[in-house]
Design a protein around this ligand. Structure first.
Ligand code: PEP
Length: 245
């Protein structure tokens, strides 16, 4: 079985005004012949402008969330079709900040993933355990249950990725050891294989990836790229991670 093409995606979270598009342009200018697909996921307010700024470059643009419904009275929300209309080709779904901050369940993440597919977006579905769950020895059970609950069967044969992001590693500077990352990624791979006949989806690692630790993480078994938060805001840092592959 051929290895999935790696994906390195930057999650800008709620950071970035128009001036930050210069960082995106610098990423596009510096990517060169990367061994991975490279994406930036800015706030919804910048998706259209970034997709225009990066048109013709190798850098893909993604959203950070979408509503499961196509349209309706959902003040402040953005549909998958709206993101695609603005130029996004990917969307992050089920990020732990949304699971924790907005009570998003696996079932809701699965519904959003289906909406993304219908809109032609490639979903990046996030999973990950809390520190308490890891300390209780529940990490594999929690993460594989999230994978089973958050990925609808309609993903079969469609491009998507899963991002393993331990909640306690996001924005903290802490990371699991390489064997700990490999253990979870192997469990996710086995779960995907059981769910989908031939799942070639890359399994990304996310949580305090920096230029200094990227090479070790990206070369770990079953790590098919990275979802990068803080270090994606500066082109030099993000390119340092892309170049570590
Ligand atoms: C994230 O929010 O997806 C993330 C991985 O953040 P950071 O890289 O800042 O830990």
């Amino acid at each position: 079985m051929t290895a999935p093409v790696p994906l390195i995606a930057g999650n800008w979270k709620m950071h970035g005004l128009a001036a930050a598009l210069d960082e995106a342009r610098a990423v596009a200018a510096g990517v060169g012949a990367a061994g991975a697909r490279v994406a930036l996921c800015p706030p919804a307010s910048l998706v259209h402008r970034m997709s225009q700024a990066l048109a013709g470059s190798a850098v893909l643009v993604g959203g950070q969330d979408c509503r499961a419904e196509e349209t309706g009275a959902f003040t402040g929300d953005v549909s998958a079709e709206m993101l695609a209309d603005a130029g996004a080709v990917l969307v992050i779904l089920g990020h732990s900040e949304r699971r924790a901050g907005y009570g998003e369940s696996d079932a809701l993440v699965a519904a959003k993933t289906l909406a993304a597919l219908h809109a032609g977006l490639e979903p990046i579905v996030c999973v990950g355990e809390t520190l308490a769950q890891r300390k209780a020895g529940e990490a594999i059970a929690v993460v594989t249950a999230q994978v089973r609950g958050s990925l609808p069967p309609e993903l079969a044969g469609r491009p998507f990725s899963v991002a393993y992001e331990p909640v306690w590693a996001i924005g903290t500077g802490l990371t699991p050891t390489t064997p700990e990352i490999e253990e979870i990624h192997r469990a996710i791979r086995a779960t995907l294989a059981a769910m989908f006949a031939s799942a070639q989806a890359p399994i990304l690692y996310g949580g305090s990836v920096k230029p200094g630790n990227a090479a070790e993480i990206l070369h770990a078994a079953e790590v098919g790229g990275a979802l990068v938060g803080g270090a994606s805001l500066k082109a030099a840092d993000f390119l340092g991670i892309v170049g570590a592959l």
